[in-house]
Design a protein. Structure first.
Length: 264
């Protein structure tokens, strides 16, 4: 599966989609249009529980949006691919049932940083770095950077990063909550797959509902978010899979010594 710019490889129930557009992995409209198609196909695949996005050019996740495309668009010229695919692809990152992990193995600036922000989670290689440098070329982030970044790191810190355009290394990124984990450069993709495997091994229905509760809940008031969580909880609890898994957990408790910790 995949196309000319995105290659998809399965690791059991984890699908790793790798972006390869030498020399610097600029995200063109054509590349984003292809990613939209990849996400739609993976979202419909019942055998995939987790999706990982990563870069296949050494030193780059997505360097940033293709400036040639942006200049052509601003001049009213035709471009390859659909400019509206950025919005649709980012919406799919929210709406497909699988959690999506942005695995940054290099530069993720501008649109590359915004692609990371739009994913459910982010992990970084030790050498990875992030930036929203749009102010340096006379624009502002246009694919969610001014909106998603404050929700992750706080309004004040996000404002400083957007207004300065400065680069954030992996260790700072994890310290401020921009990424979930920093993993070694050597064998990075294998390390990401190992990091994601505990999620991928969970019951698919619960995994999808948990993602939905978190992602959609962040867009709602607390009361509405709690109502959504409650609806999803009861939908799962009425299913046969949950009842079976809970029965097994009770059997493990019955078999364990009093005071022992029992894994659910």
């Amino acid at each position: 599966m995949g196309g000319s710019l995105w290659n998809v490889v399965r690791h059991d129930r984890i699908a790793v989609a790798t972006f390869v557009r030498p020399p610097r992995n600029f995200m063109s409209f054509a590349a984003m249009t292809e990613l939209e198609s990849v996400l739609r196909e993976l979202g419909d695949d019942d055998e995939v529980n987790v999706v990982v996005l990563t870069g296949g050019v050494p030193g780059y996740f997505v360097a940033h949006a293709d400036l040639d495309d942006l200049r052509a668009l601003g001049s009213g010229q035709a471009v390859e691919g659909d400019p509206a695919s950025w919005g649709r692809a980012f919406a799919l990152l929210d709406s497909i049932p699988q959690p999506v992990i942005a695995a940054n193995n290099g530069q993720a600036w501008g649109g590359g940083c915004e692609l990371s922000l739009a994913c459910t989670m982010r992990v970084a290689a030790a050498s990875a770095h992030y930036a929203q440098p749009e102010v340096n070329v006379g624009i502002i982030p246009g694919a969610g950077g001014t909106q998603r970044l404050p929700r992750l790191v706080g309004a004040g810190r996000a404002a400083e990063l957007v207004l300065s355009g400065r680069v954030v290394g992996a260790e700072e990124a994890v310290a401020i909550g921009l990424v979930n984990a920093v993993l070694p450069d050597e064998g990075f993709v294998d390390a990401v797959v190992a990091w994601a495997r505990p999620m991928a091994d969970k019951p698919r229905g619960a995994l999808a509902a948990a993602k939905r509760a978190v992602v959609e809940g962040m867009k709602l008031s607390l009361a509405d978010g709690l109502a959504l969580e409650g609806r999803l909880f009861f939908e799962l609890q009425r299913g046969g899979e949950a009842l079976d898994l809970q029965r097994r957990a009770l059997d493990r408790y019955d078999a364990a010594d009093p005071g022992a910790t029992v894994e659910l």
